[in-house]
Design a protein. Structure first.
Length: 308
């Protein structure tokens, strides 16, 4: 067997068991039943959010206008009715169906969190990879600036940004994404610094690979495991932050059905109608719980120390 064949075989097989690396990761992940259930729950929420977007496009937002944001005061604070599918969660203080508002609110709470973390991950990943790869003055300059951002409490910085820019969806996304950048930059920097001096990186440089090619083709793909796990957990933090800002009146503005905004509007009626606070609160709680369990399961599956 030639050296190349030996390397390729070693790269694709895991511990002589005939499984590829990704098959082994999938096998370890499936052993965590709670993580698998959480993954399916998150897939369901994402599919639900996508379905609402498709319905709005096909139906010209008629369902959204008539059932999600249209007020019907004769049903104000209507109790849940389990025999009536549209009223299974009851109505809010304006007579709007909480079921429809929870379903349509999925895309605001979940998608804003996903987009914010994606922006933070890409920006922080690029900054961290440059700092870790080049080191020296570039590294010191970049990371000291990241340390300044890290020194400011996350929620305080988010409130300051959205207060300065004004409450809107875009500004909310910016206020959630910017404070997260230093965390991803530090994680990627640490991973890049541990990989950049390995033999296969030196071999790529010797073969004439440019710095950009080395970073994006050889270093970053091998440094993404801890970043993916952190990003999964980061979505949970982002959703909590979105809900908190909406609760303070700085996030998604009424009548948009974001879960945190629903909680904020319902706090006045908490003594009279338990369901308008409990149901959005449970939605936030179960989503955050699923994201954390999924992130923990993914971390365990990607950890080679847990292979056996």
């Amino acid at each position: 067997m030639s050296n190349n064949e030996f390397v390729n075989k070693g790269a694709t097989k895991n511990s002589g068991e005939g499984r590829t690396l990704w098959e082994e990761i999938r096998r370890r992940f499936k052993k965590n039943k709670f993580a698998v259930v959480s993954m399916y729950f998150l897939i369901f929420l994402i599919a639900l959010a996508i379905v609402t977007i498709v319905i709005d496009i096909v139906d010209n937002s008629n369902i959204y206008n008539n059932y999600v944001i249209k007020q019907n005061l004769k049903d104000k604070l209507r109790e849940p009715e389990f025999g009536n599918p549209s009223m299974i969660f009851g109505c809010d203080e304006f007579g709007r169906s909480i079921l429809f508002r929870m379903i349509w609110g999925t895309r605001y709470s979940l998608f804003i969190g996903l987009i914010a973390v994606t922006v933070s991950l890409i920006t922080g990943g690029l900054i961290g990879s440059i700092a870790g790869y080049y080191g020296g003055k570039i590294d010191n300059t970049i990371m000291r600036f990241m340390d300044i951002l890290l020194a400011i409490p996350y929620m305080l910085l988010a409130i300051a940004i959205v207060s300065a820019l004004g409450p809107s969806l875009i500004n909310l996304l910016i206020s959630i994404a910017i404070p997260k950048i230093p965390s991803y930059a530090r994680i990627v920097r640490a991973s890049v610094m541990s990989i950049k001096d390995l033999e296969f990186i030196e071999a790529g440089k010797s073969a004439g690979a440019s710095d950009i090619r080395t970073i994006f083709k050889y270093i970053l793909p091998n440094a993404m495991a801890p970043v993916i796990v952190q990003a999964t957990l980061g979505v949970a933090d982002a959703i909590i932050s979105i809900s908190a800002l909406s609760y303070l009146g700085l996030g998604v503005q009424p009548p948009l059905p974001e879960w945190g905004a629903m909680l904020s509007a319902a706090k006045t009626y908490i003594r009279d109608a338990w369901h308008i606070t409990v149901i959005p609160g449970l939605g936030i709680m179960f989503t955050i719980l699923a994201l954390n369990i999924f992130g923990d399961g993914l971390r365990d599956a990607l950890d080679p120390k847990l292979q056996h």
